[in-house]
Design a protein around this ligand. Sequence first.
Ligand SMILES: Nc1ncnc2c1ncn2[C@@H]1O[C@H](COP(=O)(O)OP(=O)(O)OP(=O)(O)O)[C@@H](O)[C@H]1O
Ligand SMILES: [Mg+2]
Length: 339
Amino acid sequence: MGQIDYIKEIAKYGLENDQKNLMDSLQKIISYYKDSKRINMAMQLQSLVKHAKRESGQLTRVGTNHYFNQQTQREIDELVIDKLRSEYRLKDLVIDEDIKRELSHFIRENSSVDFLQQFNLTISNKLLLHGPSGCGKTLASYVIAGELNKPMYIINLGAIVSSKLGETSKNLMKIFRKATQESCIIFIDEFDSIGKVRDYNQDHGEMKRVVNTILQLFDYLPPTSVIIAATNQQKMIDEALVRRFDLNLRFELPDTLKIGELINLTLKNGQFRLPKDVDLSNIIEMCSGLSYYSIQKTLINAIKRTLFNQIDNKNIAKVVNTNIWLDLIQQEKRTLQKS
Ligand SMILES: Nc1ncnc2c1ncn2[C@@H]1O[C@H](COP(=O)(O)OP(=O)(O)OP(=O)(O)O)[C@@H](O)[C@H]1O
Ligand SMILES: [Mg+2]
């Protein structure tokens, strides 16, 4: 079954108020997203299901009292995509050593707040991640949430940025007030959407107001909370705002060494392997210029196709068919060139 079939099922059972089948279909689409490495989607859905179960013991029926009581909460929920906990660790991220060291320091500092405060030292808890798509910015935020063992609010900046004068600042304040009631991580993805305020309002005053609000909120951020913002268009962000982050890390496309590490990680450190006589340097060369995401996607698809080709065999060899993989790499490059 493909994504569209799961969505149709979910719509059908949701409209029929068939709680049991709805849950089953949701679990199926979550597995589907996990298998196709769309971890963000999988985690967001999983957390929605958990939240719904916690709230009512089962999913909320449209039209019940419980449904209507939730409306006020929804106002805030609309601005926040999700609140989740993460199991990711630093070892899941393949990244330049310098960046990894900086991330480790950041994690260490934010897990030693009491210690540093004894010496009246302020905590560096505002992090900006930037760089090309598919290079681990969102993954890094999950790693930080996992390592710090704190809940993470994922903010929907698209929903916050409003065309109505003054609304964007109000929305931002609402979220911060709610999120900082507990020790947490606030992850603002696509931080560059802030730049849209200018386009929506054609009013530089409004843009300034929004930037000032964010600066104020940064100042009120409790030391036990963390802000992570991510963008692949750092130039769209006001300079004054960029400067207020304690740490600004650039995530680059992988070099040959990192491509090798990513391949290893994706092969699950030995569970699958490449043929013994493989010309690895040629494959790495072919992958060069692609993002971590694209390389991983092609390799995972190659693994699956290799397995499917042996579906009727008694013994399944976990050796990746590199011809399939090379074809997928070329296909990915062609697709990216077109877009
Ligand atoms: N540095 C990396 N190490 C290991 N896996 C990675 C890395 N970068 C990306 N991946 C894989 O690709 C997936 C997508 O990456 P991610 O969402 O973190 O990219 P991003 O930089 O946030 O991209 P975008 O700018 O499009 O939001 C990750 O879930 C992970 O499976
Ligand atoms: Mg991202």
